[in-house]
Design a protein around this ligand. Structure first.
Ligand code: C2E
Ligand code: MG
Ligand code: MG
Length: 350
């Protein structure tokens, strides 16, 4: 059986196995890897970070294509820290799709093609719209709307979320300014800030500058930070935002493994209870958990917003507990900016 071994650079190698099956190849790769490692140890003492990628060779394949496969396999070995890796067609397709998607997203963002929608928050005490959350919506070339559930985690994973967050923040500032000028009774709009954004340098200063350049007040924009973003390294940044006068909300409380230590009055003005907690309503035992958690948050002097409220019985229960705001399909779904403006206007007139 044949084999071709190529050294890509220092301690990086790719193998090609002509005439071999996928089942036979791993053993051959192991054998070659051990031989090469033995030699490498003599050359690079402790400083070696080798990687091996391999693929089988079928008739009719071009050299370029095979090289691409073996190199991709080597990248997987590095990425997964497995020392060696076979070419994986499924992983290659996934990666290509991700790269294409992110590339397309970059271009959409550049031409300001990402829309900002608004989901009103219903103020239980005042029985009116008390605020709204700004939510990104990506309109694809075919006109279809792609929900953030698809692209936000990808942007976060690839370290590209800060551009979206700043874009949405800027758009909301400009929109609020426009609505104020038009005489609309504006309400505070909250924007989401991912952990990746919080960790970019100078974020507080940049956001402050954007706000100042649009000439609106901090009271028009709230900031939402998910509970799982809150680690020691961002506490200082949250405090700095507060010092600048921003109203801070903890988002998605109760979604993951809730850490009660994160419920800090010195960091957050309000807490948004995640849909997964709201969905507990109507089960006796779990209602008790929700009731006591809400009481605790209230006793700390923080406001409560319930997210993902869809049913009358949930509204009744939350109202009986003195919850402050409701954000959910029961009252309003996310809507385009002009629809939200019309809603504000109609409420003002009525
Ligand atoms: P989130 O910040 O917790 O936003 C609330 C999500 O719950 C929204 O989903 C909203 O449409 C959905 N929702 C509201 N009420 C209901 C309801 O009654 N039932 C159900 N089933 N869902 C409801 P959306 O717009 O798909 O956003 C998903 C997540 O994407 C957001 O969760 C947020 O984490 C993230 N996201 C959206 N826009 C941005 C952004 O500009 N930056 C960042 N970093 N994340 C964003
Ligand atoms: Mg949110
Ligand atoms: Mg949420």
């Amino acid at each position: 059986l044949g084999k071709i071994v190529a050294r890509v650079s220092d301690d990086q190698f790719i193998f090609f196995f002509p005439g071999m099956t996928e089942e036979e190849a791993p053993a051959k790769c192991m054998e070659l890897k051990e031989q090469i490692l033995g030699k490498l140890r003599k050359i690079y003492v402790n400083q070696s970070n080798p990687a091996f990628g391999y693929c089988v060779v079928n008739d009719g394949e071009t050299i370029e294509r095979l090289r691409g496969r073996a190199m991709f396999a080597k990248s997987l070995a590095k990425l997964e820290r497995t020392l060696y890796h076979a070419y994986d067609e499924k992983a290659a397709i996934e990666l290509t799709n991700t790269v294409l998607l992110l590339d397309e997203f970059d271009r959409t963002l550049e031409r300001s093609g990402v829309e900002v929608w608004y989901q009103p928050k219903y103020d239980i005490h005042g029985k009116c719209i008390g605020g709204a959350e700004a939510l990104a919506r990506w309109r694809a070339k075919d006109g279809q709307i792609i929900s953030p559930g698809r692209f936000v985690p990808l942007l976060e994973e690839r370290g590209k979320i800060a551009a979206l967050d700043e874009y949405v923040f800027t758009k909301v500032c400009l929109q609020q300014k426009k609505w104020i000028e038009e005489g609309l009774p504006v309400v505070p709009v909250s924007v989401n800030i991912s952990r990746g954004s919080l960790l970019t340098s100078d974020i507080v200063h940049r956001y402050q500058q954007i706000l100042e350049s649009t000439g609106i007040d901090q009271s028009c924009i709230y900031l939402e930070i998910t509970e799982d973003s809150v680690h020691a390294d961002v506490v200082k940044i949250i405090k700095a935002f507060r010092q600048e006068g921003f109203h801070m909300l903890m988002d998605d409380f109760g979604r993951g493994s809730s850490n009660l230590a994160n419920l800090r009055r010195d960091l957050f003005h309000g807490v948004k209870f995640d849909k997964s907690l709201i969905d507990l309503i109507s089960s006796q035992v779990e209602e008790t958990v929700l009731r006591s958690t809400m009481q605790m948050v209230q006793s700390m002097g923080m406001q409560i917003t319930a997210e993902g409220v869809e049913l009358q019985e949930q509204v009744d229960f939350l109202e009986s507990l003195g919850c402050d705001e409701i954000q959910g399909y029961f009252y309003y779904r996310p809507m385009k900016a002009d629809a939200f403006a019309r809603l504000l206007e109609s409420r003002y007139r009525s």
